[in-house]
Design a protein around this ligand. Sequence first.
Ligand SMILES: Nc1ncnc2c1ncn2[C@@H]1O[C@H](COP(=O)(O)OP(=O)(O)OP(=O)(O)O)[C@@H](O)[C@H]1O
Ligand SMILES: [Mg+2]
Length: 586
Amino acid sequence: MTLRAKLVLALMIVALVPMGVALALPMLQAERQARQEASRRLERARRQAGILIEREKKEVVSRLAQVAAELARDRPDRLPLWQGAAAAGPVALALAERYGLDHLEVRDSRGALLAVSDADPRSDPAVDLPSLEEGEVALRPLPYPSYAADRRVAYFIRRTASLGRGAFTLIGGRIVGRALIEGISAIVEQPAALVDGSDRMVELAGDPSTAAPAITGDIPLGEGGWRVRVFVPAGDARETRRGLVAAFARTAPLAAASALLVGLLLAGGISRSIQALAARAEATAVEAAGEPLSPIQGGDEVGRLALAFDRMLEALSQSERQRGAAERIAAWQEVARRIAHEVKNPLSPIRLAVENLRRSRLKAPLEFERSFEAETATILEEVESLRKLVEEFSLFARLPRPQAVACDLRQVVAQTLAFFAPRVQAAGVTVEVADEGFSEPVMADPEQIGRALRNVVANALDALEDLGPQGERRLTIALRPMVAARGGARARCAEIEVRDTGVGFEPETLRRVFEPYFTTRAGRGGTGLGMAIAYRIVAEHGGRVLADGAPGRGATITLRLPVEGPPAAGPEGARPGTTSPRGVPA
Ligand SMILES: Nc1ncnc2c1ncn2[C@@H]1O[C@H](COP(=O)(O)OP(=O)(O)OP(=O)(O)O)[C@@H](O)[C@H]1O
Ligand SMILES: [Mg+2]
């Protein structure tokens, strides 16, 4: 992902996330409030329902007390006669109805049923009723299966009453059913249900779906898992949520679009500066520090960085220029010194020979004849060495411009190796040619490239011959394609790498290897021009020569040539800084 895309994305996130958060927070808050409100309402409903249920229990107690009071008043002595009497049932029923009981039983002190208000007094129905604690209200199933479905459980109360001459047991019950549930529903203003032990709603008042989504609360009625359930609408934050989502949907595209726009503008500026900076850094890496570069705009940090970078480049190239000038002067001095030395050397023998000749002319003609041969031979020899020196120097100074043609470098390598074959054999050197996949022709002057390569291989052989008897003598020439930065662009190149296992470079030699007349082989016929010439030739082709190595590690010289050939000749020929190695007078 490009820097620009990243910046735009970051800006969009920065714009949208807080917006989303700002909308989500009230949404969550509304939901929480709604939930709290719902549980408050439920609590209230439970409390109200609980009060009604308690009231219902008290109701049973007070109504049975009223029945007892009436029995005590009217018929305490007739009660024992009720057992088995057909009229007893209706009397009990009438009493129950008058005092609002759904069930009324009268038993004697031994527990025998005297009268019951319900339908079938002969089958003693009091299944659970004797288990009632005296004076305590308890929820029990209704004893008669014939009761309607809604008459299932009731609150019962048992009390012993001393009536006339005996003590009797009275049992009263009020059904917990529709009436109670409707009462609860009315008072809490929400649907309510009677739920049995297996969680079945057996009575329902109101429609729970009107409260949906609802939260429910159960109020236990007594034993057997019976309870009253109230429904309270779960706080409804849906409206708030919908509104906020709609607001988000409306504003998000706008925010995203403006973030995108601002992002593009900002990121464009930033990434342009950075791209320019990167291009400049690349150009610098490609030795173009001296070239004028278009200014980077902008007063922000990147602009300032670019400016600082420019100043640093300027300072660097200035100091480079100064150093280059100093080195060139030093190199010229060295060249002048060496030429003076080389020219002076033959002068003394010539002068001596001439003096000898003049002296011997005064002597006997035979002797003059003898010394004439010897002295003129010396003079000719020295003049010849002077001529050679001058020739080489002028050759170096007037190297013709390369005549580039499509040139097969493999052939140049082969010819060079053929040229050195006798020397390679004599020195026992193993030669290896590594073709690392370069096959296309390179625009170059085969004559000149051959000459450069010969100078490099000659040095390698010199270095191999200087090795002791044990050293491995190997010369490897590799030919490979590569891409190099050139003038800020990428250029396809070919590399000829000459690697030897010879004595290697001393650091000082490595530093000065391309300097004309720098040689460590002065006593052995070295002029110190071989590498300078190779460098000059390759530079004239728009390429460069690299040297590497250390004592004991051999040496590697790489000739890198652009496939497209030498750059077009400018008014001053090749560009400065590329034709001259450090220290070489350009
Ligand atoms: N492959 C190499 N291994 C070790 N030293 C090298 C190698 N190539 C060059 N040199 C060093 O660099 C110096 C300069 O090399 P250059 O070819 O310019 O001059 P030269 O070989 O001394 O003389 P000539 O002009 O005869 O070639 C050499 O004297 C030698 O010390
Ligand atoms: Mg040489």
